[in-house]
Design a protein. Sequence first.
Length: 382
Amino acid sequence: MHINKFITPEIIFGKNAIRQTGDACRRLGAKKVLIVSDYGVANAGWLDTIMDICKESLLPFATFIDVTSNPKDTEIVNGCRTFIENECDAIIGIGGGSALDVAKAIAILATNGGKISDYEGIDKIEKPLPPMIMIMTTAGSGSEVSQFSIIVDSNRKKKMTIVSKTLVPDIAIVDPYTLVTKDSSLTGATGMDVLTHAIEAYVSIAATPLTDVQAKNALSLVSTYLRPSVASKTNTEAKEAMAMASLQAGLAFSNAILGAAHAISHAIGGRFPLPHGEINAILLPYVMDFNFIAAPRRFIEIAELMGIDSRGLTQRETGNAAIKFVKELSVDIGIPRRLREVGITEEIIDEISQTALDDACMITNPRDMTIEQVKSLLKNVL
């Protein structure tokens, strides 16, 4: 039997779980916290909720909310300055993947110093980070449980993938009720990010029985509940299911890593301020088609988890049915079908292809990719 490792934070899940934030801070010994969020979360009222909880808990705090949808290294510098100047000793991140990734990156610089680009890659962080509590408000990124932080290098116009076990938060709080303030567009894009996480983790060369359980359940939940979650803000059953799917897909990819869809999406996101989940959704069917020959049995299982009846179908036909399912799901929830619809042109394919090939997520893609194959895939998606 192979030895498998599975890393996870303490997880608090359920309606009104957000009310556990004050107690979580106390248990971690926090004396003053930096709350990291963004303007969208603030406008939705969740930042006020966390500040009120801190006040009720007699916990001093500072805030940093200058976070963009594809956060940049400059934002990390400013956030770290806020952390140090206010003499904080712990971090609360609340929001989607951007806010949580920034919170993690601030924690890196606050204790390890240097530039955030110093930590690009795998296991570059040497010193322990301050206690971190992450509260997700989107069913998408999985950052509340993952060992990833994705930050844009402003000079290179590249998304840096920072991977380290020290980035796994101490406590993850998942409250499905926070999802009711998301609009349908964001719900759809982040939901497709969950689906991409689940599929890429399941076919990853680093997948294990421990990650498979999480990925399979997430895949089944997204296939069933993403459409109704997009259709209605108040469908509590769908919101709870998508929150669980996001959590489980996050646990899966944090430990199994990802693949070519994310590698290419990171490359595109470093150049263009586009929604990460939307780009993943456009790329996913084409990456699935490319990867099929590397893991046909896994793609058959993926089809079955989507509810596809594979009886009488060949392996390739079953794989094609799963690909068709993803395309139809994207159309139903309003995701563009082609990269040209979001402003990507053939002129930048060479640059994007090389950047994608160098991304850490490409290492665990089940099928090896050459630069020419990345270019060919991108031309097909255009």
